[in-house]
Design a protein around this ligand. Structure first.
Ligand code: TYD
Ligand code: MG
Length: 481
C-alpha cells in the first residue's frame, strides 16, 4: 500500500506546505504547522460535451427584484443575545461563538437554550446541547446553578460527528443545536487528529450542511488562541453565517458579546452581560455600569460617548502621564489601539506644542471595554491633556470626535444618538466636532451645553496653558516615588 500523502497545515490560517517549518510563511504564526493526511489524486476536470461545452445541468438565473421572504427568527428572550444575532437566530443558519476558555461561552449558550426551550417570551423551540468537553453530570450541575434544570433541553455528550449527525438528521429533530466545542469533534472518515484544521473544517462543513438541509440553527463553540484568533479554524469564519466573539477581562465581571460578522444583521453590535453566581445577567444599560465607579473632578479622565453597533455606550477613558523614565518612554494601552495613541500624542506635540512625547503614558478604558472607533481620539486627547496639566476635564462633560494629523477635529457619525445617551445619563455638556452642512442647523439635545471644536488647540486651551504647573507637580510626583 502506498504511504498516505501528508502536508503540513498551519492551524491558524489553513496554509499548507510540503515541509515542516517553525514559522508559517502565509500568516507568520510560530509553531503552527501540523502534519495532516490529505486525500491523494488530482481533481478531475468537469469534462466537455461533443459540442465543446461544459457538461452539467443549467442554472436558471433570476433578477434582483422579486418577493423576498422576511426571515423568521428564533427569539430567546435574552435581549442582549437576540440583538447581537440581528433580532434572533435564523433557521438554517450557522453561528460561531468564539472566546477564551473560561469566559462563559458554555454558560451563555446553556442559558440561551433554556430560554428558547421554555419559550417564556416567544414560541417554544426544541433544543439540543451536545458537549464534547464536559460530562453530562458537569452540564447538569451547571444547569442547576443557573436554575434552568427544568428547561426542556436535550443533552448529549459526544465527539463523533457521525453519531451526532445520525441523531439530529430527522424531520422532527431539534430547532437549535449547540456543539460545544467544534475543536473536540471528529469525523471518522478523516485520518487527522481532532482539533486539526482539516478535522475542524470537515466537521463544521458536515454540521452546516445538515443545518441548511433540515432548517435548524447550529451554534458552534470555538476556542480562541493567545493571539486572539479562533484556534485553527480561521477558515470556519468564512463558512458560518454569523461570528460572535465573547470577550472580557478576567478580573472584570462584564462580558461582551460582539458580532464581527453577520449575514442576517448588523455587525459591531454588542451585548453586555455580567457574570454573577447564577450565571450571566443581562446589562440593558451598559453606560451606567461602565460609569459606576467614576469620580468627578479627577485629572486624566474623560467620558467618551461612543457607539457600539446601533447603541450608544458611554465609557470612561483614563490616562496617566508620568515623568519620563530612563531610555524609551513606556506606553501601556488597555482597551484601545496603541497606534492611534501614538498618533494622538504626535499631533498634541507637533500641532499644539505640548511636551508629552518623552513621558511615560498609560491609557485605560475603564470597565474592560475595547474601543475600536476613531471617534475616541478626542476623548483620549482630553484625558491625556488633563493628566498632563493636572486639571480635570470640565465636570459632567462627554467628549467625542476624530483627530486628523494636522490637528483638525473631524466629524463622526451619529452625533445625536451620542448626545441623547449623555443627556439621559445626567451629563450637562459635550465637547464635539464642529458640524457642517445640513446637520449644522439641526437643534441638538436641549439639556446639553455643546461646545463644537475645530482644532485640537481649542481643546488644549480649555485646560489653560499650565505646562509649568504640571512640570512642578510632575517633578514632585517623581521625587516622591
Ligand atoms: P464557561 O461557560 O465554562 O466558559 P467557557 O465555556 O467559555 O470555557 O464559564 C465558566 C466560568 O464562569 C467559570 O470561571 C466560572 C464562571 N461562572 C460563574 O461565575 N457563575 C456561574 O453561575 C457559572 C455557571 C459560571
Ligand atoms: Mg465551555
Amino acid at each position: 500500500m502506498a504511504k498516505p500523502q501528508t502536508r503540513f497545515v498551519c492551524q491558524q490560517c489553513g496554509g499548507s506546505f510540503p515541509k515542516w517549518a517553525g514559522r508559517c510563511d502565509a500568516c507568520g504564526g510560530w509553531n503552527t504547522l501540523v502534519e495532516e493526511v490529505i486525500r491523494s489524486g488530482p481533481p478531475k476536470s468537469l469534462g466537455k460535451s461533443v459540442l465543446g461545452k461544459t457538461k452539467g445541468p443549467r442554472l436558471t438565473f433570476s433578477s434582483l427584484i422579486g418577493e423576498a421572504q422576511e426571515m423568521p427568527r428564533r427569539v430567546s428572550g435574552i435581549g442582549e443575545f437576540d440583538r447581537v444575532c440581528g433580532g434572533g437566530m435564523v433557521p438554517g443558519s450557522a453561528l460561531l461563538v468564539g472566546g477564551d476558555p473560561g469566559i462563559g461561552k458554555s454558560t451563555l449558550l446553556l442559558q440561551v437554550l433554556a430560554a428558547l426551550g421554555l419559550g417564556e417570551r416567544s414560541a417554544k423551540f426544541r433544543c439540543a446541547y451536545i458537549s464534547g468537553e464536559e460530562s453530562l453530570d458537569q452540564v447538569r450541575l451547571r444547569a442547576a446553578r443557573l436554575r434552568v434544570e427544568r428547561a426542556p433541553v436535550e443533552l448529549a455528550a459526544s465527539t463523533s460527528i457521525r453519531d451526532i449527525a445520525a441523531s439530529i438528521d430527522s424531520a422532527d429533530g431539534p430547532d437549535v443545536v449547540v456543539i460545544d466545542s467544534i475543536q473536540t469533534m471528529y469525523l471518522d472518515t478523516l485520518d487527522s487528529a481532532p482539533g486539526t484544521v482539516s478535522q475542524v473544517r470537515a466537521a463544521a462543513q458536515e454540521l452546516i450542511r445538515l443545518a441548511k438541509e433540515r432548517g435548524f440553527c447550529v451554534v458552534l463553540v470555538g476556542h480562541v488562541t493567545k493571539e486572539g484568533v479562533i484556534a485553527g479554524p480561521r477558515v470556519l469564519e468564512h463558512m458560518v453565517d454569523t461570528v460572535l466573539y465573547f470577550e472580557g477581562e478576567r478580573g472584570h465581571q462584564f462580558r461582551i458579546l460582539r458580532a464581527v460578522k453577520n449575514r442576517y444583521g448588523p455587525t459591531d453590535e454588542i451585548g453586555v452581560f455580567e457574570m454573577t453566581d447564577r450565571g450571566l445577567a443581562e446589562v440593558p444599560n451598559p453606560s451606567a455600569l461602565f460609569l459606576a465607579d467614576r469620580r468627578n473632578e479627577v485629572n486624566g479622565a474623560a467620558v467618551f460617548a461612543g457607539m457600539e453597533g446601533t447603541r450608544p455606550v458611554l465609557v470612561e477613558i483614563q490616562a496617566l502621564v508620568a515623568p519620563p523614565s530612563y531610555g524609551t518612554p513606556r506606553r501601556a494601552v488597555i482597551g484601545w489601539d496603541g497606534n492611534r495613541l501614538a498618533m494622538v500624542l504626535a499631533v498634541l506635540e507637533a500641532r499644539c506644542g505640548l511636551q508629552i512625547g518623552a513621558r511615560d503614558i498609560y491609557l485605560n478604558v475603564a470597565g474592560g471595554l475595547r474601543i475600536t472607533e476613531p471617534a475616541a481620539d478626542l476623548a483620549v486627547a482630553s484625558a491625556l491633556v488633563s493628566s498632563l496639566t493636572l486639571r480635570p476635564v470640565p465636570p459632567d462633560t462627554v467628549v467625542f470626535g476624530e483627530v486628523g494629523l494636522s490637528g483638525e477635529i473631524r466629524q463622526v457619525s451619529q452625533a445625536e444618538a451620542r448626545l441623547k445617551e449623555a443627556a439621559k445619563l445626567g451629563f450637562s455638556a459635550a465637547l464635539m466636532p464642529r458640524r457642517r452642512g445640513r446637520g449644522a442647523a439641526r437643534e441638538l439635545e436641549p439639556g446639553l451645553a455643546v461646545r463644537e471644536l475645530q482644532h485640537l488647540r481649542q481643546l488644549v486651551a480649555i485646560f489653560g496653558d499650565a505646562p509649568q504647573g504640571s512640570e512642578r507637580a510632575l517633578s514632585s510626583a517623581g521625587a516622591r516615588s
